[in-house]
Write a protein that binds this ligand. Sequence first.
Ligand SMILES: O=P(O)(O)OP(=O)(O)OP(=O)(O)OC[C@H]1O[C@@H](n2cnc3c(O)ncnc32)[C@H](O)[C@@H]1O
Ligand SMILES: [Ca+2]
Length: 493
Amino acid sequence: MLLQSCWTLTGQEWLCTEPQCLPLVRAGTARGPSYGIVLDAGSSHTAMFVYKWPADKENDTGVVSEHSMCDVEGPGISSYSLNPPAAGTSLEHCLNQALRDVPKEKHAGTPLYLGATAGMRLLNIADPHVSDAVLRAVAATLKMYPFDFRGAKILSGEEEGLFGWVTANYLLENFIKRGWLGEWIQPQKKTLGAMDFGGASTQITFETRDMIEDPRNKMMLKLYGQAYQVYTHSFLCYGRDQVLKRLLSKLLQAESYQATVSHPCWPVGYNKSLLLSSVYDSPCTEKERPSLAFNTTVTLVGTGIGKLCALHVSKLFDFTNCSFSHCSFDGVFQPKVSGNFIAFSAFFYTVDFIQTVMGRPVHLPSDLKDAAETVCATSWNELLQKAPKLEKRLPDYCAVSTFVYLLTTKGYSFNNHSFPNIAFQKKAGETSIGWALGYMLNLTNMIPAEKPSFHKSMLYNCWVILILLFVVTTLTSLVTAICLFRYSKSSII
Ligand SMILES: O=P(O)(O)OP(=O)(O)OP(=O)(O)OC[C@H]1O[C@@H](n2cnc3c(O)ncnc32)[C@H](O)[C@@H]1O
Ligand SMILES: [Ca+2]
């Protein structure tokens, strides 16, 4: 069992005390693969993943793959605070697809989980009763399906970071591999750090040998008999959508809430009017809420000035206070980044836009900085010409690219040497990188703490067969040789 007795973050043994911590339910005696379903209820949207693996190989690494996925129509479940039952209804289309994707005879043996992330963490801060109502509504819908529903819960930021790390390293077979005799091989590869940039929070997770000065960031794991010390931190309000909201709040504040405000991160030629209430409806901006009427409208006018944009975006971080030997930002301890990293979700979307739409490579931090400035200096019409299909997201690539540059360099301290070790990627093979797979692997006990013993016996059996074969071959050769020798002797006489 992953994390077993090693989970030190909350000071309590984890998951095994929860009802979800059950051994994997196998699909009766039915042949063929096993399935598992995870609904990733993110702040911006919900995605359903159907996973599949050979039924007799649960404890192997890298054998679980994504069978299918489904994007839920509409916003994330936390957006249904005024109508919680609609959060449940919104999932039906994807769940109906799951009924078709998983063979009927496997439905009852297919575990089904829903994990909600930063959007629900924020709703829980704003109004815990409403967040409970939303969770109850989605659970009620999930229970109506014939799958083995194992619970709907809000993940902590640390769980979210850790399971993203588990997913990436599991898929890349960095924990353990099977040799040709069925023996376990500890690959000499180092684990891969994981960086997730969601809509409402961002996570960084990596293995380190350095001392982790803040116990809240320290995870001790034992997987397949190997111990790992992992650093993780989740920054709430540092997801893409909340960053954009916080940036608006800073700009409005800087221009004293005038009716018309310049937006240096929006392209020239792009203007938009907003209700003040849409900026201050989140716990991330609540403290900056002005005493003005909530239904006041402000007009923001894009000016596309990259350097000024960077100045405002840098105000979103606190780089000054630190009570540890080193901090990333906001007084959060972070050891030096080490090894290779995979950066997914909006890290990938942002860098992919720079590379494919803007046609600029991103190898060094300076490439990202220059590219962000170029995006900022590109007018609205030019942007629309380059990527008409991305119209909804185009105004924000300047701010988000600038944020990713500042977060990775000034925040996480990637430099010319370490930045090229980041792979901006959303998939490993055909499977999406995110916390969902790691979450399911954990809850179904598919990553054991110890090396599974049946493989040892498999190895043992292989050796016994080989030795027997050797003995039989040697004896046969010996007998044949003696017979030949006798025969030749008798024929001479
Ligand atoms: O983890 P949390 O914070 O709960 O949020 P989420 O799970 O909903 O967040 P996603 O990774 O799905 O998306 C991160 C952000 O990227 C945005 N996004 C999603 N698809 C995108 C695309 O194709 N191009 C650009 N941005 C995208 C999305 O609106 C979010 O603001
Ligand atoms: Ca997410």
